[in-house]
Design a protein around this ligand. Structure first.
Ligand SMILES: Cc1ncc(COP(=O)(O)O)c(C=O)c1O
Length: 413
């Protein structure tokens, strides 16, 4: 029988990631997570057994084609996509967003309104801004600089019957705040608009469910979720079908998802990504999870969340005590609503100098604006070199946080 709140077996978990070791405290996971052995094994296996071109009638080509389709099925299940052909894959979230907005460009009418936030990573802002060249009117949903939240009431003042697109992040890669995307989707749909969500900073910490998100488009990168440098963009089928093809003239708008994957997907990385789902199902099953693959994955993510909240609160409890520290985001992990990506500044101290100090002790954290440049500019943090960011994953240990705190304490006056 499953115990109420089963705990992660950290020794087992860490052994799944060959690059983890006790010497280095790796706390730069929002930059990119460590990679599962299962993922690397699959990439290798594909390259060494299936490196043929797809679509031919000979057996190896058929077999390789089945592997790539199975990989897409696995990603569809991981994100809860209703249809496999709604799953578009590409090299990064940034490139998928630029591809997406290039496809949308010819559909833009002068006066169409597009809302972006100033808390997003630039990858879910820049491409949308370029649509102004076709006459779109850009509006910015600004963060409340006191609460550091995106207020729904502010969004309401921006939405109009001319709103065509709203682009936002599911969780900020600086603030760590999880945004209420389903509530946003309701509001956007009520005026006839569409919602595009960047989930790069969210997906390592919660089981993605594109249907529950309410979004029309939803993207994230696998290299933040224990996989390779590769990414997925999901879109509602009727929406994807309505977009022009980005592919050759003979690949028509009805050819999903190939029309949005010029040059096709990367076969070995697609196959490698199946290792992510294998891992999550395995962790969930070991924790006593039963039922469907997604039920087991949910059991794994529930345990990740409890563990990550504990780690995050351990760090925040220290930071809250330091008078010179300003936490840039929610200052507690006790009440939900945040992922374990913690940013802060220290009065009178350059963020770089804090990080240079912890570098000396084999601790991987970093400083800067993390391409959420508009947020760091708006908060006036650029002169300090941006924020210091500590980003945890489920495989981090309380001992790593304690070690970080010891060395932060030497650098924070
Ligand atoms: C929140 C967020 N969105 C988008 C990106 C861009 O992802 P990619 O490197 O796959 O383009 C990042 C990368 O750090 C990110 O943190």
């Amino acid at each position: 029988m499953q115990t109420a709140n089963p705990k992660l077996d950290l020794a087992h978990i860490r052994a799944e990631f060959p690059a983890l070791n006790d010497e280095v405290a790796f706390l730069d996971n929002a930059g990119g997570s460590q990679v599962l052995r299962r993922v690397a094994d699959r990439v290798r296996d594909y390259l060494l057994t299936s490196a043929v071109q797809l679509g031919a009638s000979y057996a190896q080509s058929q077999d390789a084609g089945s592997k790539v389709l199975a990989a897409r099925r696995s990603v569809a299940e991981l994100i809860n996509a209703p249809f496999d052909d709604e799953v578009v894959m590409g090299s990064s979230t940034t490139s998928l967003m630029f591809q997406l907005t290039s496809a949308i460009l010819p559909t833009v009418q002068p006066g169409d309104e597009i809302i972006v936030t100033n808390t997003d990573h630039e990858s879910n802002i820049g491409g949308w801004m370029r649509l102004a060249s076709a006459g779109a009117v850009l509006k910015v949903w600004e963060v409340d600089t006191e609460t550091l939240q995106l207020d729904l009431a502010t969004l309401d003042t921006l939405l109009t019957p001319r709103t065509k697109w709203v682009a936002m992040t599911h969780a900020s890669n600086i603030l760590g705040t999880v945004n209420p995307v389903a509530q946003v989707a309701e509001r956007v749909h009520a005026v006839g608009g569409r919602l595009c969500v960047d989930a790069v900073a969210y997906a390592p910490h919660r089981l993605v469910d594109v249907q529950a998100s309410g979004a029309d488009l939803y993207a994230y990168s696998f290299y933040k979720v224990f996989g390779p440098h590769y990414a997925v963009l999901w879109g509602k089928r009727e929406l994807l079908l309505s977009l022009p093809s980005l592919n050759h003239y003979f690949i028509g708008p009805e050819v999903l998802p190939y029309k949005l994957q010029p040059g096709n997907v990367n076969y070995e990385l697609s196959y490698g990504c199946m290792g992510i789902s294998d891992y999550l199902i395995d962790v969930g099953t070991r924790l006593g999870g039963t039922g469907s693959a997604r039920c087991r994955m949910q059991t794994a993510f529930d345990a990740f969340e409890r563990h990550e909240d504990m780690l995050c609160e351990r760090l925040l409890a220290y930071l809250r005590e330091r008078k010179s520290v300003r936490i840039i985001g929610m200052d507690s992990a006790l009440h939900g609503g945040r992922v374990p990506t913690v940013s802060f500044t220290v009065a009178g101290v350059q963020s770089e100098s804090i990080v240079r100090h912890t570098d000396r002790f084999q601790i991987g954290i970093r400083f800067g604006d993390f391409y959420a440049k508009r947020l760091v500019d708006r908060l006036g943090l650029q002169p300090q070199g941006g924020v210091v960011r500590v980003s945890m994953a489920h495989y981090n240990t309380p001992e790593e946080i304690d070690r970080l705190v010891t060395h932060l304490d030497e650098a924070i006056p």
